[in-house]
Design a protein around this ligand. Structure first.
Ligand SMILES: [Zn+2]
Length: 476
């Protein structure tokens, strides 16, 4: 299996540290607001990674975090904690906000048929691990304390700029006026933040730590962890010092993942992750997703509009995870049609032909091509191209009866591989009798009866289509 590794900027063959086991950490949601379609693209893509690993014979061990504290409004260390901001917006506590949006997120995962991670880890439940890691960094001389927190001195970590190919001089020169003047370098980041003195009473989430601002007595000020240390501490706790795959959004490269690497590797002296994957941005109706445009569509809203989850997944799979994707209403309509075409194809399994039609060998070739496309850096557009080619072939020639068993096995393989259900139940006898009766009415040119039966079948969820070789049906 091949994956494009951001670390080396090259496509590499996956070689897990332990035989067929693959340790995998993906950055999860910050639970202060609803997840939008851009987030779901990323989570579906990592679900595709897990599915591909499984059908390729690997056993993934997948950890995803829930960031429920410490992610500031800017990904750097400016602004308010997103959770505290959400709490003020909604007149709730930060804990209540975290709980509400965590369950909303989990509902979305379920609705989109995303594989449940082996472990979902909350930052607030791993404060001790984060403090322990910062203590090691402190003992090794990587940290310094200023008024608002404990910071990581990025000049102490050789190669800090390598992962994101950063130009640190350029960053320093471009630093904004409000740049925290106590920070030694613009790229330094907070490991632990002190609760501001004027808001300490109001802050919902804060903990004791060994640190306090200069000039105050040790342990006198509560605080909270920085966002980056959460991922490092939880990934290493559950997956070990070096993990096989670490994945996240493309906007994590410059700050979040660069900092995760600096912290983790400074602690262990080992490479943190062997392969880094990044999911590219999504444009909605040609625009970037933004609060002001209000185009951050929720998954539940799409489902309420009657769009099947399978169609949403297909729309996501139409683009490669590494390219900028386009999400649109037109795209969803097309994906819904695509889904019903695939369902009609699946129903042909019950209407096999004895002469000609798809053979087991031909089917196997399609399946192999799809598997290889997935194993080639998750090339989902190629998979859909192959699937549509198969649909066309079946539409024209049908499926040979000798291929029926293999075909249904293929349909369940597709469900496993793509997370999309294509209904394959046979129809009940009385409906089959109605189809035959309708065919008879047609051959007698009794159009009124034929139309009435078509409508009755439609009411039962069956669509009939008349072809040169007879009538075929599929579930709607
Ligand atoms: Zn992360």
């Amino acid at each position: 299996m091949k994956l494009y590794n951001t670390l080396t900027r090259a496509t590499e063959t996956l070689a897990p540290l332990t035989a067929q086991q693959v340790t995998m950490y993906t950055c999860g949601p910050t639970v202060y607001d609803y997840a939008h379609i851009g987030h779901w693209y990323t989570y579906v893509r990592w679900d595709m990674l897990v599915r591909t690993l499984k059908i390729s014979g690997f056993t993934p061990n997948w950890v995803m975090n829930i960031t429920d504290v410490g992610h500031l409004v800017s990904d750097a260390d400016d602004g308010e904690d997103k959770l505290e901001k959400g709490a003020r917006r909604e007149g709730k506590s930060a804990w209540e906000v975290a709980e509400f949006y965590t369950s909303d997120f989990l509902e979305g995962m379920h609705l989109l048929n995303i594989t449940a991670p082996d472990m979902l880890t909350k930052a607030t439940e791993h404060i001790a691990e984060q403090i322990a890691m910062i203590k090691v960094l402190e003992a090794k001389g990587y940290t310094y304390i200023i008024d608002d927190g404990v910071y990581y001195d990025t000049t102490k970590f050789e190669g800090y700029a390598n992962f994101a190919r950063l130009d640190l001089d350029d960053l320093q020169a471009g630093a904004r006026v409000e740049f925290n003047t106590q920070k030694r370098n613009v790229s330094d980041f907070a490991l632990w933040k002190f609760s501001p003195i004027d808001s300490e009473q109001q802050r919902d989430m804060q903990w004791d730590s060994p640190w306090s601002p200069p000039g105050t007595s040790a342990g006198s000020r509560k605080g909270f962890p920085g966002w980056h240390i959460e991922c490092s501490a939880m990934a290493m706790k559950y997956l070990g010092e070096t993990i096989d795959i670490h994945a996240g959004g493309i906007d994590h490269i410059q700050i979040h993942h660069t900092n995760e690497i600096a912290q983790s590797e400074a602690v262990t002296g080992k490479r943190f992750a062997n392969i880094w994957l990044h999911s590219n941005h999504v444009m909605v109706e040609g625009e970037k997703i933004s609060k002001s445009l209000g185009n951050g569509v929720r998954i539940q809203d799409l489902l309420e509009r009657g769009i099947p989850a399978g169609a949403i997944r297909l729309h996501i799979l139409e683009s490669n995870y590494r390219s900028q994707s386009k999400f649109s209403t037109d795209g969803l309509v097309a994906a819904t049609q695509r889904l019903s075409g695939y369902r009609a194809m699946a129903a042909r399994g019950w209407q096999c032909v004895t002469d000609g039609g798809l053979s087991p060998k031909e089917l196997l070739n399609y399946q192999q091509d799809m598997l290889h496309a997935l194993q080639d850096d998750l090339n989902t557009p190629k998979v859909l191209f192959e699937l549509s080619a198969l649909e066309t072939a079946i539409d024209i020639d049908g499926i040979n009866i000798e291929c029926q068993k293999a075909f249904f096995a293929f349909i369940s393989w597709l469900k496993q591989a793509l997370g999309i259900e294509l209904l394959v139940n046979d129809i009940p006898e009385e409906l089959r009798a109605m189809i035959i009766e309708r065919e008879r009415a047609r051959s007698n040119k009794d159009w009124a009866k034929s139309d009435r039966l078509r409508d009755e079948l439609s009411g039962q969820g069956i669509t009939v289509k008349d072809t040169a070789s007879g009538t075929i049906w599929h579930w709607q």
